[in-house]
Design a protein around this ligand. Structure first.
Ligand code: ZN
Length: 150
């Protein structure tokens, strides 16, 4: 690679890094919503990493494949972040339900996962048999206001 090529490459990389930070910060690109900006920034950041990791003299199709792998990688990261935030919501709701159930005198057993969903749990009161159902975005509380043994 000659001097000009190396300079161009360094400039391109610098511009890409700057583009990523502009996308993340957002004030220059208000017409894109936050999620789109973050997705684009993730893809570009991964693209720079993956191109840097490429051995010299790889065929063009493998270079092109880094673009696809960057898109897939960014989407996996986004899914994982979304799952983590849903799980956080779910756990927060469980803690809230536990606190209010305890104030009402209920003695909740362990949270049991509802079959077929990883974000839905239910717990049963060991005293009255009432139960409460919690997911990351809903709560169905079928516990009585005061726990009473049936
Ligand atoms: Zn109870």
């Amino acid at each position: 690679m000659d001097q000009t090529e190396q300079t161009k490459l360094a400039q391109l990389e610098l511009a890409l890094h700057y583009l990523v930070s502009v996308l993340e910060e957002g004030s220059l690109v208000e017409r894109y919503d936050k999620e789109t900006r973050e997705s684009l920034a993730d893809v570009l950041r991964l693209l720079v990493e993956k191109v840097n990791d490429l051995p010299l003299n790889v065929p063009d199709n493998l270079v092109q494949a880094t673009a696809v792998r960057s898109i897939i990688g960014a989407s996996e990261q986004a899914n994982m972040a979304e799952m983590a935030s849903r799980r956080e919501q779910l756990e927060r709701r469980q803690r809230e339900v536990e606190a209010s159930a305890s104030i009402q005198g209920h003695l909740l057993g362990d949270w049991e996962q509802v079959k077929g969903s990883d974000m839905e749990f239910q717990a049963t009161c060991q005293v009255c048999g009432g139960f409460v159902y919690v997911s990351d975005n809903s709560v169905y509380n079928l516990l009585l206001d005061i726990c009473q043994r049936l």
